[in-house]
Structure formats: C-alpha cells, structure tokens
Write a protein of this length. Structure first.
Length: 123
C-alpha cells in the first residue's frame, strides 16, 4: 500500500514541469504555424513584394497614359498623335497617303480624308 502514496509524491514533481513543457511547446508551435506566426509573416512578405511589382508596373503605365493625354490637350496638341488617333479610330488616311502592309480601312469620307479599302502589295 505504500506504492500509491509514493506515486502521488513523485507525480507532484513531474506534473508541474510536464505542464510547463506542454505550454511552451503549444506556444512555440503557434508562433511558427499560427495565423500570425513566422510562416504567415513570410507569406505576407511575398504578397507585399508581388503587390509592389504590380504597383510599379501600373505606375509606369499610368505615367505613359498621362503623357499621351497631355499631348491631346488643346494647349499642347500634337498633330502627329492626333493624326495617328484619327487613322486608328476612324480608319481614314490622307488622299495622298500610302498604306504599307496588308491593312484594310473602311470606306467613307471625312474632311479631306479619303477612306481606303485596298491592300497594297510590295512589287
């Protein structure tokens, strides 16, 4: 009968460190694998780096668009850009213009511009 009291006495010395070790292991696991752990932090760092790359690309595109829009303003109208846009949107070229390649343009007329529906081939 002296076995049970001896086990109880020794268990008191083992239970405290065992519970402490389990708590440390629990918090260490969640510090690495948890929602706000080290791995989540690394994943978020990767997402932030990708977002910065996208932001930089979009900033460059925006700057290019702003430059083109600035050329279309009345105070700084660029005739070449206006002509390019007219050709692209309306499909018109000047009557003395020459289309290179296999381009086709719809037939119509507008303010001195003659529409062309032909393909010019190289001789």
């Amino acid at each position: 009968m002296t076995l049970i009291p001896e086990l109880k006495r020794r268990a008191r010395h083992v239970v405290g460190p065992l519970i402490g070790s389990l708590l440390v292991a629990y918090f260490a696991y969640h510090a690495v694998e948890g929602d706000r752990g080290i791995r989540a932090w690394q994943r978020l760092d990767g997402e932030v780096a990708e977002a910065r790359v996208v932001r930089d690309r979009l900033s460059r595109e925006q700057a290019a668009f702003e430059k083109r829009v600035a050329m279309l303003r009345p105070d700084s109208l660029d005739a070449d850009l206006l002509e390019e846009r007219a050709r692209l949107v309306l499909g018109f070229v000047p009557s003395d213009g020459l289309i290179m390649g296999a381009a086709t343009v719809p037939t119509a007329r507008l303010a001195g511009l003659t529409s062309v529906r032909r393909t010019i081939s190289a001789n």
